[in-house]
Design a protein around this ligand. Structure first.
Ligand SMILES: [Zn+2]
Ligand SMILES: [Zn+2]
Length: 237
């Protein structure tokens, strides 16, 4: 018998699940982390994005070149991963095509410094920081794919209601940790804490401005169809 051996690995790529467009990439990281049975979140981050330095949220998808190859098995290009599964897909619409491509190539290579970092600033109108979800979206996914995922558009700061269901978005807080459910918690929408068995939820404020839903709908269409938000629209008088 030669020195070659058959090595069985518990591969995270083998456990990949199909992500519908608009699913936040973090959902795939959480799912992969669980599917491999890993207890080490930092190690899961490294395997998924290629390096340990990335923040758990990785909102702009730094390292998407590796994710496209390993998680999506090259069925998506790195650019498509960014546009469909990260907030890059929204914010890049406000830049020139050249800037977006340059930015995407930095992210593909795994650089996350300078303008590639993303920080969500505090907002007095938002009761809790942390990831937002829609109860109706979560319920629908639980019955179809068996687990709920985070959605990209729900995380855009000015989106307060679900564009699909018009339900007010929620945030959650774990009682034992007393902090908002964020990307570092490696949880999926609506899940209770494994330590204290509780999840305290908060609702966003329902926006009252008449024009709000129109603005929100236009932003969501722009994200879904990848339209430049600076394209001139016909002015209706
Ligand atoms: Zn919804
Ligand atoms: Zn807890």
């Amino acid at each position: 018998m030669d020195s070659q051996t058959i090595e069985l690995k518990n591969s995270w790529a083998a456990s990949a699940v199909h992500l519908t467009p608009g699913t936040l990439l973090h959902s795939a990281l959480v799912y992969s982390h669980r599917a491999t049975g890993s207890k080490n979140q930092v190690e899961s981050l490294r395997r998924f994005y290629g390096y340990r330095g990335v923040s758990p949220g990785n909102w702009y998808g730094s390292g998407c070149g590796r994710v496209a190859a390993n998680y999506f098995a090259n069925t998506l290009t790195p650019f498509e991963v960014l546009c469909r599964h990260t907030v890059f897909g929204f914010y890049s619409l406000g830049t020139s095509e050249e800037t977006a491509r340059q930015w995407a190539s930095e992210l593909t290579a795994g650089r996350a410094m300078g303008c590639n970092r993303y920080t969500r600033v505090g907002d007095a109108a938002t009761p809790q920081k942390g990831l937002r979800w829609c109860v109706d979206c979560a319920r629908a996914e639980l019955s179809t794919i068996g687990f709920a995922t985070w959605r990209v558009v729900h995380q855009i700061p000015f989106i307060r209601i679900c564009p699909t269901h018009r339900s007010i978005l929620r945030t959650g807080r774990c009682r034992c940790k007393r902090s908002a459910i964020d990307c570092g918690a490696f949880m999926l929408p609506g899940e209770i804490c494994s330590r204290c068995g509780l999840l305290e939820t908060f609702q966003e404020e329902m926006p009252t401005a008449v024009a709000y839903q129109g603005l929100m709908d236009r932003a969501v269409v722009a994200f879904d169809q990848q339209l430049s938000i600076y394209l001139s629209a016909p002015i209706q008088l």
